[in-house]
Design a protein around this ligand. Structure first.
Ligand code: GAL
Length: 681
C-alpha cells in the first residue's frame, strides 16, 4: 500500500463500522492474579474503555520453554474482554525474548558501538538482523495468528512493540553481514561504494565487500557516509523485520489490519517513520509529554507529523501517559486538565484512538512508578476520575471519528536524512539540533495562532503557500529541483543555516554554500559561522541569534536584505535575505533565532505569503487551533495553551465538547473545546 492510502479500519467492538473513538490502554494481566481481571473489566466498562493492547511482553508466559506453549491464560483474557465488549489490539509478543531463548542462543543479543553485549534483564535484547531470533520470533507470530486469528475480540495486530526503541543500532557480526548485503544492493559495485563514501580520504578504499564493517568504535571519526548509510541501513533492517512479521500475519489473517507503534517524539530519531508508514494498515504512535518550556508544542508537533505520516487519515494514539512517567530526570505528575488536554490535542491532529501505557499501574518491575489509568491509589483517585471523564468526552466526540485532517496553508518540512546527517560528528558545530530548529518554527507559528502542517520532504509542496525547510542539510538534485519548481510556481520558501549543503552521499555541493540552493536563494557563503556557547549575534529586527551566523554575499541582483547583523563578526552584513521569484520567493535565515526570535521573522513571511490566522486576533497564541474535516462539517479544536482562562469571541459552531457562554467560549486553563461547523455555514 502507498503512504497515502486510507487505512483499513479496525473492527470495533460492537459493530464493524466506524463511528466512535477508541479508548484504552496496554493491558498486562499477566502481572496480576485472575481475580483482579474481573475488577479490571468492570472498571474498563465504567471508564468507557473499548480497546486494549494485549500480550506485548508476554513471550515468556506464552512459551515458557522452546517446546511448550501456554495459551490458556490468554484465552481466558481474550474471552473475558470479548464478553465485555472490549476489542483487542493483539501484540505478536515478540518484544522481549524469554530467558530460555537467550540462554540457548546468546548470539541473538545486540552489540553496541563499543563492542559490548546488551545482556538480557531488561527488554528488546535482540538483534534486528539475527536469523536465529527471527526464526523463533516468527514461530511465535505464527502460533499467535493460528490461535487467535479467528477470535471475535481480535481487532488488529500489533507487531512487536516500539521497534527500535532500544536496539536500533546493533554493531554485531550479524549486523555487519546484513549491512554488506544492504550496501551491495544500494551500490552494486565496490567502486561505486568507494566513490560514495569518499574512501580516498584517510586510505579507506575497499577492495572487497567482506572488508566493510559497521561504524564501530574507531580511533577517530568514522567515515561520515558510512555512518549515514549505517543509519539508513539500521532503519531498513527493522523495517524488514516488521515486514517479516507482517507477512506471516497477512498470510494467516488477511482481513485483520496490522500496525506497530511508532515513536514520533522528542529525539527518537533512528527510525525513518516516513518510510515505514507505508508498511502498515494504519499508523500508530506513542507519545510522552516531555518537560520544558516547549513541552506542549512538542506534543502538537509530534501529533501533527504523525497525522501527516498517516497521509491526513486518522491514526491511533497507542500510548501516552495519564500522569508522570518514570524515565525523565524528574517525573512530574500532570496538572488538573493536563491529561485531557494532551489526549484531545492528539485527537485534534487526527488521532481516532486515545490509549495509554498502561491500564493498571504495576506494583513491581522497572515501570512501577509510571502512571496508569488505575494508579497505585486505585479507582478512588483523581487520575481514575479524570479517566472516566475523558471516556465520556470521547463518546461525545464520536462525530469526529473517521474525519481527516484539514490541510493548513503553511508547512514545515521534516526530513530524516537531514536529521541524521546534520548531527554527525566533525561538523562546524556539535551543538546543532535539527528537530529543535523545526520545533522552534512550529512554536513561532503557534504563537502567531497560525495552523501549520509538518510534512515529509517527499510530500507534495504545491498545496502550501508558505514552506519552511529548516536545516535542510541533505539536498539531492531532485529535491533542489522540486524546491525551485515550488518557488517558480508562486510558493514562498524559507530555509535556514546549514541547508542545501550536501547531496545524498554527504558530499558537499561545491562552488560556495548553500550549494544546492545557492542560485534559488541568490546568495553565496564561503565559510560557515558557528558561534560559541553564550555568544550572540544581534539583528536589526530587534532579535538575537545564537549557534550560527553565516557570512553572506548577496549574488542575485533581485535579492533583498530583510535583516542585518548589528553585532558580532558579521555586523553590518545580511542576516536574513529574500529573493522574489515571480509571485513566489526564496528566503534564507542565517542564524538560530529560537521560538521567540522567529516571531517577527514569521510575521514578515506570513504577510508576504498571505497566510493568516483563522483565530480572532485577541486569542492568537493563547489558543491553538487544529481542524479536522468530514463529509458535512469541519471540527475545530480550540486548545488553551495557557494556564489561565481565555475567552474566545466570534467563533461560531455547535459545541461538541467544552463550556459555552452566551458571550463567547470560555476555555478554562488547559481546556479544549471542540466545535462542529457544518460546511457552508
Ligand atoms: C514505551 C513502551 C511501554 C512503556 C512506556 C513507558 O516506550 O512501549 O512499554 O515502557 O514507554 O513510558
Amino acid at each position: 500500500m502507498t503512504a497515502h492510502q486510507a487505512p483499513r479500519w479496525l473492527r470495533w467492538p460492537s459493530d464493524t463500522s466506524r463511528g466512535r473513538l477508541a479508548f484504552g490502554a496496554d493491558y498486562n494481566p499477566e502481572q496480576w492474579p485472575p481475580e483482579v481481571w474481573q475488577d479490571d473489566v468492570r472498571a474498563m466498562r465504567r471508564a468507557g474503555v473499548n480497546i486494549v493492547s494485549l500480550a506485548i511482553f508476554s513471550w515468556a508466559r506464552l512459551q515458557p520453554r522452546a517446546d511448550r506453549w501456554a495459551f490458556d491464560w490468554l484465552d481466558q483474557v481474550m474471552d473475558l474482554l470479548h464478553e465485555n465488549g472490549i476489542a483487542v489490539d493483539l501484540a505478536t509478543a515478540t518484544a522481549s525474548p524469554p530467558p530460555w531463548l537467550t540462554t540457548a542462543h546468546p548470539e541473538i543479543l545486540p552489540v553496541d558501538h563499543d563492542g559490548r553485549t546488551l545482556w538480557p534483564g531488561a527488554r528488546q535484547h535482540w538483534r534486528p538482523t539475527s536469523p536465529v531470533f527471527r526464526e523463533h520470533a516468527l514461530r511465535l507470530v505464527r502460533a499467535m495468528a493460528e490461535r487467535y486469528g479467528g477470535h471475535p475480540a481480535l481487532a488488529a495486530w500489533h507487531v512487536n512493540n516500539e521497534l527500535g526503541c532500544h536496539n536500533v543500532y546493533d554493531f554485531s557480526d550479524d549486523a555487519a553481514a546484513a549491512f554488506r548485503t544492504w550496501l551491495r544492493k544500494r551500490y552494486g559495485t565496490i567502486e561505486r561504494l568507494n566513490r560514495a563514501w569518499a574512501t580516498t580520504f584517510w586510505s579507506q578504499e575497499y577492495g572487497a565487500w567482506e572488508e566493510i564493517l559497521p561504524p564501530r568504535l574507531a580511533a577517530s571519526y568514522p567515515n561520515p557516509t558510512q555512518q549515514l548509510d549505517f543509519k539508513r541501513f539500521s532503519s531498513d533492517a527493522l523495517k524488514d523485520y516488521l515486514r517479516a512479521e507482517r507477512s506471516v500475519l497477512t498470510e494467516l489473517t488477511p482481513e485483520i489490519p496490522v500496525t506497530t507503534n511508532f515513536m514520533v517524539m522528542g529525539e527518537t530519531k533512528g527510525m525513518d517513520f516516513a518510510d515505514w508508514a507505508r508498511e502498515l494498515d494504519f499508523v500508530s504512535n506513542d507519545h510522552y509529554l516531555l518537560t520544558g518550556p516547549q513541552a506542549q508544542d512538542e506534543l502538537s508537533f509530534s501529533a501533527n507529523l504523525t497525522g501527516m505520516l498517516a497521509g491526513g487519515e486518522p491514526w491511533f494514539l497507542m500510548e501516552h501517559s495519564t500522569s508522570a512517567v518514570n524515565w525523565q530526570p524528574v517525573n512530574l505528575a500532570k496538572r488538573p486538565g493536563g491529561m485531557a488536554r494532551d489526549s484531545l490535542t492528539h485527537v485534534a491532529y487526527g488521532a481516532d484512538a486515545v490509549c495509554f501505557f498502561q491500564w493498571r499501574q504495576s506494583a513491581g518491575g522497572a515501570e512501577k512508578y509510571h502512571s496508569a489509568m488505575i494508579p497505585h491509589a486505585g479507582t478512588d483517585s483523581e487520575v481514575f476520575r479524570s479517566i472516566v471523564d475523558l471516556g465520556a468526552t470521547l463518546e461525545a466526540l464520536a462525530p469526529v471519528a473517521g474525519t481527516r485532517r484539514r490541510r493548513a496553508a503553511a508547512a514545515i518540512v521534516f526530513d530524516w536524512d537531514s536529521w541524521w546527517a546534520s548531527e554527525l560528528d566533525s561538523h562546524p558545530t556539535s551543538r546543532l539540533r535539527y528537530r529543535q530548529e523545526a520545533l522552534d518554527w512550529f512554536s513561532a507559528f503557534a504563537a502567531a495562532g497560525v495552523r501549520v502542517d509538518v510534512i515529509g520532504s517527499a510530500d507534495d509542496f504545491s498545496h502550501y503557500d508558505l514552506l519552511v525547510a529548516p536545516v535542510l542539510y541533505v539536498v539531492p538534485r531532485a529535491l533542489a529541483d522540486r524546491l525551485s519548481a515550488y518557488v517558480a510556481d508562486g510558493g514562498h520558501l524559507v530555509t535556514t543555516y546549514f541547508s542545501g549543503i550536501v547531496d545524498e552521499n554527504d558530499h558537499v555541493w561545491l562552488g560556495g554554500h548553500p550549494g544546492a540552493l545557492r542560485d534559488l536563494l541568490g546568495i553565496r557563503i564561503e565559510e560557515f559561522g558557528p558561534l560559541l556557547d553564550g555568544d550572540r549575534a544581534d539583528l536589526d529586527l530587534g532579535v538575537s541569534g545564537t549557534l550560527w551566523s553565516d557570512r553572506i554575499d548577496v549574488t542575485g541582483s533581485d535579492v533583498k536584505v530583510v535583516a542585518s547583523y548589528t553585532s558580532g563578526d558579521q555586523a553590518g552584513r545580511p542576516a536574513i535575505t529574500t529573493r522574489p521569484v515571480g509571485t513566489g520567493s526564496a528566503s534564507y535565515v542565517s542564524t538560530r533565532l529560537g521560538p521567540e526570535g522567529l516571531r517577527p521573522v514569521l510575521s514578515l513571511l506570513l504577510t508576504t505569503s498571505g497566510v493568516r490566522s483563522e483565530l480572532p486576533a485577541a486569542v492568537a497564541g493563547a489558543v491553538e487551533l487544529a481542524v479536522r474535516t468530514g463529509d458535512d462539517a469541519d471540527y475545530w479544536f480550540l486548545i488553551n495553551r495557557t494556564d489561565e482562562s481565555v475567552v474566545v469571541d466570534g467563533v461560531a459552531g455547535e459545541v461538541l465538547r467544552g463550556p459555552c457562554l452566551a458571550a463567547g467560549l470560555t476555555l478554562g486553563p488547559r481546556q479544549v473545546c471542540v466545535l462542529r461547523r457544518p460546511h457552508g455555514s
